[in-house]
Ligand binder design. Structure first.
Ligand code: FES
Length: 171
């Protein structure tokens, strides 16, 4: 029988397993037990948490909120815009937690030159951007924009509203 490995015993006869059908499964469970591994977990998610940069070493990024208020921040290289926004109480929802499965972290890059410094959005990001309210030529998903030296001085605007297609799709 293909399901049994060489380490599992096969019932002596069909009649034996017919009398006690579970007896045919016991050898398999023994095999699985021998392969049980210790539980492990990946490091705790740190969404919305960013460490402050050392004085003078931060990269500058400015959010312009829905009311036109500028929120200048200093951040570390490697931080993404969603985590930065959430850590500083900038109003960015991030409904999917940064897994590129919604459009509630939509930002509009104010300067084309900075937009051009960013890696091209991948297919998943483009699919979500297509669902974003107020899409522009320089729209990005905040969770996918990672700060780097070339983006020092970046300015992003938050759209006047966001649309969470995940939730509204099922209403
Ligand atoms: S938080 Fe959902 S796509 Fe960015």
């Amino acid at each position: 029988m293909a399901l049994f490995s060489s380490r599992a015993s096969i019932p002596s006869s069909p009649a034996a397993s017919a009398q006690n059908p579970r007896s045919a499964l016991r050898p398999l469970s023994a095999v699985f037990r021998s392969q049980i591994r210790a539980f492990s977990a990946s490091p705790a998610a740190r969404h919305g948490h960013v460490d402050p940069p050392k004085p003078g070493e931060g990269l500058k990024v400015t959010f312009i909120d829905k009311d036109g208020v500028s929120i200048p921040l200093e951040v570390n290289e490697g931080d993404n815009l969603l985590d930065i926004a959430q850590a500083h109480d900038v109003e960015m929802e991030g409904a999917c937690g940064g897994s590129c499965a919604c459009s509630t972290c939509h930002v509009i890059v104010a300067d084309q030159e900075f937009y051009d410094q960013m890696p091209e959005p991948d297919d998943d990001e483009n699919d979500m951007l297509d669902l974003a309210f107020g899409l522009t030529d320089t729209s990005r998903l905040g969770c996918q924009v990672v700060m780097k030296k070339e983006l020092d001085g970046l300015v992003v605007k938050l759209p006047s509203m966001t649309r969470n297609m995940q939730a509204s799709d099922f209403k």
